[in-house]
Design a protein around this ligand. Structure first.
Ligand code: ADP
Length: 637
C-alpha cells in the first residue's frame, strides 16, 4: 500500500511545537522516555507471553538495543517487545491526545512555566520529547505474535503531519530512529549515551545494549591488537528496591523517584522496607513534595507499580493503597502473588489486602514521624496534600485516630500562617469547654471576623478555622480524644450553661415579638430564636446541625449540581438595643408598618453577613438611606 499522509491532533501539534522550540536544558530525558516506552513494551509482551507462548516468536531473551550511526547521523532505540499495529500506532502517536495533554499544555502556557522551562520535566513528556533532539523521527514496528512480517513505518518531521506505510520487519517489536538535529549530534557518541543511561535508566530491568568497539590481542599475529565490535550491556539492571538500603545513595533514590513519578522536584520522604512473615514483599515508596498536576483529574492513575518477583505486572496498582494516599508513588515487589495475576484477582486477594494494610500503616507512621521531627517540612507537605489525606477520616474508619493526629488547622486565636494540630487545640481548651469548635469559610480573614464567633471570643475559647470545602463533611461526626466537633455556624450555641433561669426570663420577654417575626418571615426562614452566639451583632442566619455547610453548598453549585434550597434559621441577639427598642414599640402598638420595615431590614442584613445577597438589593439600599437621612437630619438639628 502507498504512503498515507495524516494530520496530528491539534493538542499533539501544539505539544510538538513546544518540544521543537523547547528551552528545556535537560534534553537528554528524551532517551529516558524512549527507553521507558521500550521497557513497557517488553513488559507487556512478557506478561502476554505467560499465557500465549507464540508472543515470544523465536527469541529467547528480552532486550533494548541502541544503535548509533555516525554517517547517517541517527540514533536508534530498538526493542523486541509487544510492537504496534497500524491502527495502534496511528492513534498512539498521532490522532489521540493523551489524557492530560490539554491540561499539560495549559500549564506550559502559564507564565510560571514559560519563565522556567525546567518545569517541563515535571510532566511525563513521553515519545514526543524525541523532537527536542531530532528533526525527523522514523518508527518501524511489528506486533508480536502476528505470524507474518507485515509491519508499519511511521514518520514525521513534526510539521503537523505524519505518514504511515506498510513495510516488512523481520523481528517483532519497535525501532525508533532519531535523525538528530545538527547541534544534537553528541547523542551519537558512545560516552554520551553511556552517561545518559547511567543517569536515568540504570535500574531498568531489561538489558540496554550497544555495540562497542574494543581492542583485542590478534589471534593471527602475536603482539598485535585488533579492533572488534562487541555487544555490551550499559545498565546495571539492578532493581534499586532490591538493593540494601546502605548501598543506595540519596541521589539514586531521587533519580528513581523521578523515573516513577515524572516529577522534576525531589520527594519529601522516601520509604523503603522489606516485609516478611505472612506476606513477603519489598516496597519503595515516595511522598512527593509537590502536587502532581493531574491528581484531581478523573483518570489520574494512582497506586505504586506492582512487580511480582521483579516482573512488572502493572504500572499503577490502585489496590495497593487507599485513595486518600493516592499521592504516594513508587513500587511494590511481591514474592507471594502469582505471575499471571489479573486485575480481577487483585480486587479480592488476601496478599494484596495485607500489602495494602502494611503500606498504609507505614505511610501514616512516616507522616506522623515527619510531623514530629520535621515540622516545617510536614507543614509544607500538608498544605499540598492535606485536603486529600483528610478523606481518610471519612473512608478509613479503622485509622480515624491516626489520621486525626495528622490534621492541622488554622485557628481564630492564631495568625493566618500558624497551623495547629488537634492535640494542641484540646490541650488549650478552657475550663468548662466541652466541644471542639470550628468555623468554615472562604478565607481566614472572613472566618476570623465573622459575627458568629462573638460569644466564643468573649469566652476566650479558640475556634478552628476550616477552609477546605470538605472540612465540614469530615468534622461532622468526628471525635477527638472524646471531644465532639461543633460548627460555630450551625445548630444552637450555648456557652453559658449556668444561666438557664435568666435565659428563660429573656425568652418570655421576647416571645411575642419572635412570633411576629416568624410570621412575617415564614416564607424565608424555618425558625426564629434567641441567639447564644451573638454579642455585638443584632442577628444572623444559621443552619440546623445536620444542614449542608454553606462552603459545600457553594462547591456543589459551582459544579452545576442541583442543591435543594434549605431554609435557614434566624437568630436574634436579645442583648442588642435594637430588639429592646422594637419590643417596646411592639408592646405599645402591636403590629406596625415601622416594625415590619425593620424586620425586613434586619433579615437582609443577616443575609449579607452570611455572604448572600438581599432578595431586593435596591429596596434594601433605599431603606438604609432613609434611615441615614433621618439620622443626618437629627444631627443637623
Ligand atoms: P506514554 O508512554 O506516557 O503513554 P508516549 O507518548 O511516550 O506516552 O507513548 C504513547 C503510546 O505509544 C504508549 O502508551 C504506547 O502505547 C505506544 N508506544 C510508544 N513507544 C512504544 C514502543 N516502543 N513499543 C510499543 N508501543 C509504544
Amino acid at each position: 500500500m502507498t504512503k498515507e499522509n495524516m494530520e496530528f491532533k491539534t493538542e499533539v501539534k501544539q505539544l510538538l511545537d513546544l518540544m521543537i522550540h523547547s528551552l528545556y536544558s535537560h534534553k537528554d530525558v528524551f532517551l529516558r522516555e524512549l527507553i521507558s516506552n521500550a521497557s513497557d513494551a517488553i513488559d507487556k509482551a512478557r506478561y502476554e507471553a505467560l499465557t500465549e507462548s507464540s508472543i515470544m516468536e523465536s527469541e529467547k531473551e528480552w532486550k533494548i538495543k541502541l544503535t548509533a550511526n555516525k554517517e547517517a547521523g541517527t540514533l536508534t532505540v530498538t526493542d523486541n517487545g509487544i510492537g504496534m499495529t497500524k491502527d495502534e500506532i496511528t492513534k498512539a502517536l498521532g490522532t489521540i491526545a493523551h489524557s492530560g495533554t490539554k491540561e499539560f499544555l495549559a500549564a506550559l502556557q502559564s507564565r510560571e512555566v514559560k519563565d522556567n522551562p525546567e518545569l517541563i520535566g515535571q510532566f511525563g513528556v513521553g515519545f514526543y520529547s524525541s523532537f527536542m533532539v531530532a528533526d525527523k523521527v522514523t518508527v518501524i514496528t511489528r506486533k508480536a505474535g502476528s505470524g507474518d512480517k507485515k509491519a508499519v513505518k511511521w514518520e514525521s518531521s513534526a510539521d503537523g503531519f505524519f505518514t504511515v506505510e506498510d513495510v516488512e520487519k523481520e523481528k517483532k517489536g519497535t525501532d525508533v530512529v532519531l535523525h538528530l538535529k545538527e547541534d544534537e549530534k553528541k547523542y551519537i557518541e558512545e560516552w554520551e549515551i553511556r552517561s545518559v543511561i547511567r543517569k536515568y535508566s540504570d535500574y531498568i530491568e531489561h538489558p540496554i545494549v550497544m555495540d562497542v568497539e574494543k581492542e583485542q590481542d590478534s589471534a593471527l599475529k602475536k603482539g598485535e591488537k585488533v579492533r572488534i565490535k562487541e555487544e555490551e550491556t550499559l545498565n546495571s539492571r539492578k532493581a534499586i528496591w532490591l538493593k540494601d538500603k546502605a548501598d543506595i545513595s540519596e541521589e539514586e533514590y531521587k533519580e528513581f523517584y523521578k523515573h516513577v513519578s515524572h516529577d522534576f522536584t525531589d520527594p519529601a520522604k522516601i520509604i523503603h522496607y522489606k516485609a516478611e512473615g505472612t506476606s513477603e514483599f519489598v516496597a519503595l515508596l515516595y511522598v512527593p513534595s509537590n502536587m502532581p498536576f493531574d491528581i484531581y483529574y478523573k483518570d489520574y492513575k494512582m497506586g505504586p507499580t506492582l512487580y511480582v518477583k521483579r516482573v512488572q505486572i502493572m504500572d499503577h496498582c490502585e489496590q495497593l493503597i487507599p485513595r486518600y494516599l493516592r499521592f504516594v508513588k513508587g513500587v511494590v515487589d511481591s514474592s507471594d502473588l502469582p505471575l499471571n495475576v489479573s486485575r480481577e484477582m487483585l480486587q479480592s486477594n488476601r496478599q494484596v489486602d495485607i500489602i495494602n494494610k502494611s503500606v498504609t500503616k507505614k505511610v501514616l507512621d512516616t507522616l506522623a514521624e515527619m510531623k514530629k521531627n520535621e515540622y516545617e517540612k510536614y507543614l509544607s507537605f500538608y498544605k499540598e496534600f492535606g485536603r486529600i489525606l483528610k478523606e481518610g477520616i471519612h473512608f478509613d474508619f479503622s485509622r480515624k485516630e491516626a489520621i486525626s493526629d495528622l490534621l492541622l488547622f488554622q485557628s481564630m486565636n492564631k495568625p493566618a500562617d500558624t497551623y495547629i494540630p488537634l492535640q494542641e487545640y484540646v490541650d488549650s481548651m478552657k475550663e468548662g469547654q466541652t466541644e471542639i469548635y470550628y468555623i468554615t469559610g472562604a478565607s481566614y480573614d472572613e472566618a476570623k471576623n465573622s459575627p458568629y464567633l462573638e460569644a466564643f471570643k468573649e469566652k476566650g475559647y479558640d475556634v478552628l478555622i476550616m477552609l477546605d470545602e470538605v472540612d465540614d463533611f469530615i468534622a461532622t461526626g468526628l471525635e477527638y480524644k472524646g471531644k465532639k466537633f461543633k460548627s460555630a455556624i450551625k445548630g444552637e450555641i450555648n456557652l453559658d450553661k449556668s444561666k438557664e433561669a435568666e435565659k428563660e426570663e429573656t425568652k418570655k420577654k421576647f416571645n411575642a415579638l419572635i412570633e411576629l417575626i416568624k410570621d412575617q418571615l415564614k416564607d424565608e426562614v424555618k425558625d426564629v430564636r434567641l441567639s447564644g452566639r451573638l454579642k455585638d451583632t443584632a442577628c444572623c442566619l444559621v443552619g440546623d446541625e445536620m444542614d449542608m455547610d454553606p462552603q459545600m453548598e457553594k462547591l456543589l453549585k459551582s459544579m452545576g449540581q442541583n442543591v435543594p434550597q434549605n431554609k435557614r434559621i434566624l437568630e436574634i441577639n436579645p442583648g442588642h438595643p435594637i430588639f429592646e427598642a422594637m419590643n417596646k414599640l411592639f408592646e405599645k402598638g402591636q403590629k406596625s408598618v415601622v416594625l415590619e420595615g425593620y424586620i425586613k431590614l434586619l433579615y437582609d442584613q443577616a443575609l449579607l453577613l452570611e455572604g448572600s445577597k438581599p432578595k431586593d438589593p435596591a429596596a434594601f439600599a433605599n431603606a438604609v438611606t432613609r434611615l441615614m437621612v433621618k439620622d443626618v437630619e437629627k444631627a443637623a438639628g
